[in-house]
Design a protein around this ligand. Structure first.
Ligand SMILES: Nc1ncnc2c1ncn2[C@@H]1O[C@H](COP(=O)(O)OP(=O)(O)OP(=O)(O)O)[C@@H](O)[C@H]1O
Ligand SMILES: [Mg+2]
Length: 253
């Protein structure tokens, strides 16, 4: 059997060369990291859940015409995606104050914002992904002003879609982060949603109870991360409501 070529090993995913040029296989690991990888753990089943959930969200985006990298799911942990040149920005959309924004501006977590606020961070782990403005982005050539128009419009469309989908299953979309990729088609380039959309990259709170159903469960030691992600997957119908395929095999007497 031929060994496939590993392109990149990240904190949550490994990328392999895909079967055709211009494709990549994304393998979703069980590794969880937080606080710029200072906190680490292996969370059994997380990769499977994120693979399924990211497929679900990306397919939904395709259905409403939001271009993204998803091509097809290969198995429980892997999906085939379109290879792209990642714009070195984390694009964050916030509907309610939480996390770093709540801290930075002294706003109580959970406060509804007057409108969605989009923030950009420069993707650089060594620097801790610092917040940047469109001035930095243009001056350093990370993306052109035209790109920024497209990125803003993509981010807001993803926000409307995800907010609606989550609201439908009793979950509030507090905020999320996406990455954008550049693809070339002849003389043209296009920007598409890349990386992943999963509870690793969103803040999701139960509308009734406020219970956190995202990576904050791990960051803040609030219980089982697998249980939280499984709850999201079950509500969305991504996973059968009764079975528990993520756990270890159990003996049946
Ligand atoms: N379609 C794509 N084509 C090329 N690269 C991609 C695509 N989608 C995601 N990536 C990149 O693949 C990597 C995914 O791995 P992972 O999320 O584990 O990285 P990470 O440890 O968070 O590191 P990073 O700081 O680079 O995001 C990221 O670097 C992401 O930018
Ligand atoms: Mg990442």
């Amino acid at each position: 059997m031929a060994r496939r070529k590993k392109i990149y090993e990240g904190k949550a995913k490994t990328l392999y060369e895909g079967p055709e040029p211009g494709t990549i296989v994304q393998y979703f690991k069980d590794d969880a990291t937080a606080f710029n990888a200072e906190k680490k753990a292996v969370i059994e089943g997380k990769g499977v859940l994120n693979n399924l959930l990211s497929e679900y969200f990306m397919l939904g985006l395709t259905n409403i015409g939001v271009p993204n990298h998803f091509l097809k799911r290969l198995n429980m942990r892997e999906q085939l995606v379109r290879s792209c040149e990642i714009v070195p920005l984390e694009v964050i959309v916030r509907n309610y104050a939480a996390g770093s924004m709540a801290k930075r501006l002294g706003i109580e977590e959970g406060t509804q914002l007057p409108r969605p606020i989009v923030e950009y961070c420069y993707k650089d782990d060594k620097l801790g992904d610092p917040l940047v403005t469109e001035e930095h982005i243009a001056a350093f050539g990370w993306a052109s002003p035209q790109d920024m128009d497209d990125i803003l419009s993509l981010a807001l469309r993803v926000n409307d879609f995800l907010s609606g989908v989550m609201y439908g299953v009793g979950i509030k979309l507090v905020d999320f982060k996406i990455e954008i990729g550049r693809v070339y088609e002849g003389d043209f380039q296009r920007l598409i949603v890349a990386d992943e959309i999963s509870p690793d990259s969103c803040r999701l709170w139960d509308i009734e109870t406020g219970q956190k159903l995202d990576k904050d469960v791990f960051r803040r030691d609030l219980g089982s991360l697998t249980d939280a992600y499984t709850e999201v997957a079950k509500r969305l119908g991504v996973m059968p409501k009764t079975s528990a395929p993520m756990g270890k095999p159990t003996l049946i007497n």
